[in-house]
Write a protein that binds this ligand. Sequence first.
Ligand code: PMM
Length: 264
Amino acid sequence: MTDIWGIVNVTTDSFSDGGRYIDPERAVAHGLALQDAGADVLDIGGESTRPGAERVDPAVEEQRVLPVIQALAARGIVVSIDTLNASTAAAAVRAGARIVNDVSGGLADPGMLAAVAASGADYAIGHWRGPSSDMYARAEYLRPSRDVAGELRKRVAEAAGAGIAPSRIILDPGIGFAKAGSQNWDVLRGLDDIVGLGHRVLIGTSRKRFLAETLGDDGASEERRDLATAVTSALAARAGAWAVRVHNVAATRDALAIAHAWEG
Ligand code: PMM
């Protein structure tokens, strides 16, 4: 069965839920509700990576996420920390996080790989070509899924060189990161190239712009984006994804249950 990562953004400016859970108690309550709905992992983030987002000071980021991680991990929940910063990753693991989710795969902070290696946590490596502020300028590919797989392979080699065992590595093609509309579909269509690298694969399409563009409505509602996300998540599971990262856990849980029933 494909795992579901429930998203808890403790931010002021994430594209779909910014500001909703900036209060730690609300963030914890939201995390517990996602767990009730069937999340296997809760992914806690304190800095938005939406297109054009400004960077957040690591001290502010830690203030936002650490109390939430502590409260959820203390209940035995598997928690992941969504961060670009080595110091935040290390502090989050001390607070109970078991996975470091770094959408830059170690490229944003030169200290990240060593921090993860020392922490003993699992490491989700995202495909990334540069900060969200200007990532679309880097969206050039010959064969998107192959190019992404090749770049991820290099990140895995660096991570392994830094002492992170391959069994601890999770790969994510970074849907929406330095990828324009149709390139996201190219990557998903070619998911075999990434699954073929032999690691667990995580896919995050949740509520992203390319879904709304495909629906022909850039301003598509949360409900419509959640339905689109449930469909892409079920298809990703069928294509070999080990986990999907979503805002609306209940919708994707149902979609995965139906897709798994189809497979028998
Ligand atoms: N997308 C976002 C943030 N973190 N982490 C992983 N591993 N994969 C993703 O695709 C990803 C991520 C941006 O979405 P959000 O602002 O809704 O969290």
